[in-house]
Write a protein that binds this ligand. Structure first.
Ligand SMILES: [Zn+2]
Ligand SMILES: [Zn+2]
Length: 306
C-alpha cells in the first residue's frame, strides 16, 4: 500500500528558474491529495504524469498567493476534462468568498460540485477521514491565518497469531474476545492472554506538512513521532531576525522542530529566492538533524510499511 509525497513546487513567495510555488501530491493507497496549489501546479502535474482527475481533495494552508494561485486554473482544466466527481477544498476563510466570486464571474466548476470545507487555523481538529486515513489541522504561526496538515494512516485492526488459533482450536467468539483485548480460557483449560497472542500487523504511517510558520514549540507536541515532516525553512540561520519579522523559519529552526517532534525524516523547502545554492541550507539543517532532505521539484519521499 503506497504512502508517498511528490514535490511539485518548493519556492517561497518568488519563484526561480528551477523552483515553483508550493504544491505537493500525497498518494495514499492510490488516493491522491493535493497539498497547496501554487501557480503552475497543473503544469507540474502534467509533467509528472499525474492525472488531475484523480485528485478529490485539496488542502490549502493559507491564502497567500504562492500557495493557491494555481487552484482556479486547475479547477478549470478539471472542468474541461469532463470531471463529474465532487471536489473538496479544505482552506481557511475567506476562501469561500473567493471561490464564490470566481464561480460567479468565471463560470468555473461547470459539471461538478466544489465543496468548501473550512479549516480553523487555531485548532487541532480532525478535518477529513476515510477508510484508510485521517487528516488533522495544525495551528501554525504565520502573519496571516495559516494551518498545517497531519496525514495519518488509521491504526489497522488487530491480528491474532494463526498458530495459536490452530493449536487451541479457537472459535469465532474466543477470537473476537482476544482481539478486543480480553483474556480467555481455551476449551482445553489453558489461560490465554490477549497481549501474548495479538499484534498490530503494521505501524500506521504519518506525514506532517507545515508551511508557512515561525518556529512553534507547540507544533512539535501535535506531531510526535511523525514519520515524515515537511517544514518550511525560508531563511538561512544567519537571517533569523528576518524570519521572525516575516512569520517564517530558518533551516535550524525547522531542524530543531524535527528533533523535538521525534520525526524520522525532515523535508526542507519554501526557500527564499535569495539563496542560489539551496544545498547549503540543507547542510545547515543537518548540523541539527541529520535526516534532513531538500524538497526538489519532482522528488518523491516514500514511507514504507514496517
Ligand atoms: Zn509561502
Ligand atoms: Zn505565507
Amino acid at each position: 500500500m503506497t504512502f508517498k509525497v511528490t514535490i511539485l513546487g518548493s519556492s517561497a513567495a518568488m519563484p526561480t528558474v528551477n523552483k515553483y510555488h508550493s504544491a505537493q501530491i500525497l498518494n495514499v493507497s492510490e488516493q491522491f491529495y493535493l497539498i497547496d496549489c501554487g501557480e503552475g501546479t497543473q503544469n507540474r502535474l502534467m509533467k509528472l504524469g499525474i492525472n488531475p482527475l484523480k485528485i478529490n481533495s485539496i488542502f490549502i494552508s493559507h491564502l497567500h498567493g504562492d500557495h493557491f494561485y494555481g487552484l482556479f486554473p486547475l479547477v478549470s482544466t478539471m472542468s474541461l476534462m469532463g470531471r463529474r466527481t465532487k471536489l473538496k477544498i479544505f482552506a481557511p476563510r475567506p476562501f469561500d468568498e473567493i471561490l464564490e466570486s470566481h464561480k460567479r464571474y468565471f463560470d468555473i466548476g461547470t459539471g461538478f460540485d466544489i465543496e468548501f470545507c473550512e479549516v480553523r487555523t487555531r485548532e487541532n481538529n480532525l478535518i477529513f477521514e476515510n477508510k484508510v486515513m485521517e487528516v488533522y489541522s495544525l495551528p501554525l504561526r504565520h502573519n496571516i491565518p495559516c494551518a498545517g496538515f497531519l496525514f495519518k494512516e488509521k491504526t489497522p485492526a488487530i491480528n491474532i497469531r494463526k498458530d495459536i488459533v490452530d493449536r487451541f482450536q479457537l472459535g469465532i467468539a474466543q477470537i473476537v474476545s482476544l482481539k478486543r483485548g480480553e483474556d480467555i480460557v481455551a476449551d482445553c483449560g489453558e489461560h490465554i492472554t490477549s497481549a501474548s497472542v495479538t499484534y498490530i500487523p503494521y505501524q500506521p504511517r504519518s506525514y506532517a506538512y507545515c508551511a508557512d510558520t515561525q518556529y512553534s514549540a507547540k507544533l512539535a507536541g501535535l506531531i510526535q513521532n511523525v514519520d515524515l515532516l515537511f517544514h518550511e525553512s525560508t531563511f538561512a540561520d544567519i537571517d533569523k531576525s528576518l524570519a521572525k519579522r516575516t512569520g517564517h523559519s530558518t533551516t535550524k529552526q525547522a531542524a530543531k522542530l524535527a528533533v523535538n517532534a521525534g520525526a524520522k525524516r525532515l523535508i526542507l523547502g519554501h526557500f527564499s529566492a535569495r539563496y542560489s545554492d539551496t544545498s547549503l541550507l540543507v547542510d545547515e539543517a543537518r548540523e541539527v538533524f541529520q535526516d534532513s532532505f531538500e524538497a526538489k521539484e519532482g522528488s518523491v519521499f516514500e514511507i514504507l510499511r514496517n
